[in-house]
Ligand binder design. Sequence first.
Ligand code: GFB
Length: 311
Amino acid sequence: MNNNSKIYVAGHRGMVGSAIVRHLTGSGFTNLILKTSAELDLRNQQSVNDFFKNEKPEYVFLAAAKVGGINANNIYRAEFLYDNLAIEINVIEAAKQNSVKKLLFLGSSCIYPKSAPQPLKEEYLLTGILESTNEPYAIAKIAGIKLCEAYRSQYGCNFISAMPTNLYGPNDNYDLEKSHVLPALIRKFHAAKTNGSSEVIVWGSGKPMREFLHVDDLAAACLILMQKYDGVGFLNVGFGSDISISDLSFLLADIVGFKGKIVFDTSRADGTVRKLMDSSKMQALGWQPKIGLKQGISDTYKIFHEQFLHI
Ligand code: GFB
């Protein structure tokens, strides 16, 4: 891949896609193809085929997906399965038909069995039952991994996959019902501080453990994978340590400046107990996360504060 290579970043308006675009642009890549979902509906096979035929991208970062937190995954089960399968099938087949040189597919740590040993190694895929709250999304992402592997083995396509852990950073979704925990709690604590509320409700028991990676660190990993990795198997991309939702809540309250009470609502789902990944294969390629959790959250809160003064 050189600075003039034609690169399509699918999903460039999302948190992951926009971070990849920032990183590519900052690294001197000048020939990016970007389409909003209004301009190109990736669930529509004909539109995707026409787009690839006309644009002929050389490299594809497949960061487009229907995503959301535990609640959205659990409620919109059909959409999470259908939309993600459709995006994967259409983009991967069009990439093959139009001789894309390399494609990177992005999945999620929820692909692993809910009771798998920790830290999660890549070989634990398909060794047990999935967490029910996000089973449809996980199955779609597993299908994406398998499409890349099958297109490599049957057609010789250089299609690879990366599995990021829970992510946060600029351009996250702050919708309280659909978002992930970190943006949801930034918003809740900020609103409580601003309105003078005495308590904030955190879903679940607070006991689940989660590993959080800043999306800019993921973007750096994606470029390394595109430049250096041509293997069959997918690679984990994680921060390397995790934190309980309870401790995360206290950390967020401290950063935001909320001094009231934190109440755990145990009527809400906890989801997976723990999903810490083993990212040693990714690290062996020379990648390390650079942004610590406290620093990353402080930076993210600053951006939130500037963008959402009305919340
Ligand atoms: O971030 P989150 O929605 O996703 O939730 P998952 C993580 C934990 O935080 C769960 C708790 O135990 C939630 O119950 N939590 C506490 C909250 N308060 C809140 C809140 O206000 N909002 C949210 N959203 N959670 C998703 C999967 O799982 O992670 C996807 O559903 C995907 O498939 C993604 O893999 C990375 O880590 O539970």
